[in-house]
Design a protein around this ligand. Structure first.
Ligand code: KG4
Ligand code: ZN
Length: 417
């Protein structure tokens, strides 16, 4: 089965094409094998940098303009021009396209406009299913991907599967390679119960993952704990802003922190380790951010600057405070559910200090740890295509007409039967 993935939940416009198949395993069930045909990500981070964060209406406009050119590139690179192709005739194409006019033209003129002249869409590609992010994320940008999926689904007569972005971050970590080499790989096998720690710009969650049914490739999810305020990535970004670093701030904080560690001059600064004594698996990072705010105010000189030594020391202490908090909750969650596999996902899992520390914990517990390759730790459509391909639920609404963007979509809600 060939799946097209579409991701527009935040500031990355992404499309991917994968092929999947199920192979019988020794325990009578099925494993999933996947072939990455191609995966394209167009980041808008530089555009949003000027605003110090994602500017939703700008993101919506950019997704709307970028999707068609990105799809053209994807299909040109992946469809065999010599294989016979069905071409939609002009009248049919115009008829289907125009059936969307009333609802889409007013809602998103940029997206509508971008379809004009996209004649390549008349060639029906080898795609069996379209997987699109329905949430969580920014609703205006989620709608762009959903509208795009609907038009493609109608033109090519392909069913649409809604995907939870966070599930994407979980299953993305099951790929051994994200390289578009086209070679088959078996997804890393999960011993249940599994624990996922999802750390991104919008979320910080600990998730208990169970197999849905013995012979099923799908998973069910229960959120064990989550942030009560800021997400980890958000905290990284806000602290970066206080240190006058560009957006997204995570990689910059991490680089400063590494410099501090290499200098071996410990900073006298001490930040709180939030929620260690809360007795549950929830997180809170806003207090930590406020502590950083006070520290930066105190260290700001008359000309508004801060010394490099202070900035490095603060970045390092902040990263340590985050790491120790996450480690503490991660251990508690492993103990609580008796986790037999650890999965880490989300943009912040690119962080080297965190990767090292989580790997040590898994070693200590003698359980496997699955981290996303650093290339797909951030938002991408490969993980969305994969999540859509694994979910073999029969959706009644195959045309996606009832599909709605859900900015606060919770993991697991659609998985309860
Ligand atoms: O998953 P993601 O790409 O987007 C969301 O779904 O939110 O995560 C983006 C977040 C940003 O907050 C960014 O600063 C953070 O991931 N991030 C990092 C690193 N690389 C990206 N945080 C810490 N260390 C990094 N190396
Ligand atoms: Zn994400």
């Amino acid at each position: 089965m060939i799946t097209l993935g579409i991701e527009t939940s935040c500031d990355e416009t992404a499309l991917a094409l994968i092929e999947t198949r199920e192979v019988a395993n020794k325990s009578g069930g099925f494993d999933v094998e996947c072939r990455v045909i191609d995966s394209l990500v167009h980041s808008q981070a530089d555009l949003h940098s000027a605003y110090g964060g994602v500017y939703p209406s700008l993101a919506k406009r950019e997704h709307s303009k970028n999707l068609i050119p990105l799809l053209h590139k994807l299909l040109e690179a992946t469809q065999d021009p010599n294989s016979p192709q069905i071409i939609l005739d002009d009248a049919k194409f115009t008829e289907i396209f125009n059936s969307f006019r009333t609802s889409f033209e007013a809602q998103n003129a940029d997206l509508w406009q971008s379809f004009t002249g996209a004649d390549f869409l008349r060639k029906i590609p080898r795609i069996d299913r379209i997987a699109v992010t329905e949430g969580p994320g920014l609703e205006p940008t989620l709608w762009v991907g959903i509208s795009f999926a609907r038009i493609l689904g109608a033109l090519w007569n392909v069913p649409i599967v809604p995907v939870n972005h966070m599930e994407g971050h979980i299953v993305g970590s099951l790929l051994s390679s994200d390289e578009p080499t086209g070679t088959w790989q078996r997804l890393k096998s999960i011993d249940f119960p599994a624990l996922a720690l999802l750390i991104s710009g919008g979320h910080t969650e600990l998730v208990d993952i169970q197999r849905k049914h013995e012979t099923d490739t799908r998973y069910s999810y229960t959120i064990l704990g989550q942030t009560l305020d800021d997400a980890v990535g958000e905290a990284f970004d806000k602290v970066a802003r206080l240190l006058k670093l560009p957006y997204p701030g995570g990689p910059h904080i991490s680089r400063l922190s590494e410099e501090a560690a290499a200098m071996l001059t410990p900073s006298p600064l001490r930040l709180p380790r939030p929620m260690m004594k809360s007795g549950d698996l929830n997180f809170s990072f806003s207090g930590l951010k406020t502590a950083v705010l006070y520290a930066t105010r105190a260290a700001t000189q008359a000309d508004g600057s801060m010394t490099d030594e202070f900035r490095r020391g603060l970045a390092h202490e902040f990263e340590l405070a985050v790491a120790e908090t996450l480690e503490y909750k991660l251990r508690s969650a492993i103990d609580q559910i008796g986790a037999r596999t650890l999965i880490i996902g989300g943009g912040v899992s690119a962080n080297l200090m965190l990767r090292e520390r989580f790997t040590k914990i898994a070693l200590e517990y003698n359980i496997p740890i699955y981290l996303p390759s650093r290339h797909i730790s951030g938002d991408n459509a490969l993980m969305i295509a994969l999540a859509g391909a694994i979910d073999t639920t029969k959706h009644d609404d195959v045309s996606g007409m009832l599909l709605k963007a859900d900015g606060t979509k919770k993991l697991g809600v659609q998985n309860i039967e």
